[in-house]
Design a protein around this ligand. Sequence first.
Ligand SMILES: [Zn+2]
Length: 258
Amino acid sequence: MIIIFTTLFIILLIFSIKYPWWLPNKKGIIALMYHHIYKYDDTCDLEKEFYIEPETFEKQIDFLLKHKYTPITLQDLEKSYKDNLFTLPKKPVLITFDDGWQDNYTNAYKILKKKNVKANIFIAYNYIGQKNCLTWEQIFEMKNSGLISFGSHTVNHVNLTKLKDDEIKTELTQSKKLLEEKLLQEINCFAYPKGAGAADEKIRKLVFDSGYEFDFSTKRGITSFKYNKKKAINRLFIKQGKSLFSFYLNITKGKDSF
Ligand SMILES: [Zn+2]
């Protein structure tokens, strides 16, 4: 009997060292980061972890809805900081996609539309219309549905830390301006390609000087609602091959493992 209890205790201990299930829930801006919603095959360019199968994505959306989370747009988030009369739903969550891949329309949007769920795409402007990327037609359709909102992810999807100041400025201002002209709406949110520059004070200053009001990193975690531009907003990278338990830990604890 003692052996059984000791074994169970050790298993629980190891489990608790690995998984933060016992931590208190974190409150704040829950921002999920996706790239591809696509079943990984040998035609794929990015690493496997960037590809979430449509069925898995749908299960994650169902999990959010079942647990009374409300997906919001970047505009909803902006409004909650600017308009005192506007309050966010009780358990808001930002579903974000980086780069602007075609499967965001063919697979993700199909599911989001069916369930009437809001999401956001950070677009690298020069990717639009390229192979495996979104077309303007798809972007307009998603925008007009009112479900999908857009942010900037630079013009050329470049690592900002590798550029000169004036080149950084061009990437930031041009992507904002070009998207605004096409979409006829303000683009105030920015996500750093590969997360590069998100912790660099000089680059962050250039982001805000270019007119953006919110910046998103790829750093794991949940950022407090008191976001005051001190640090970029963290995001939870939803990776391929992880369980719903991992998804639950991410959205409640801000991480799925230690
Ligand atoms: Zn990217």
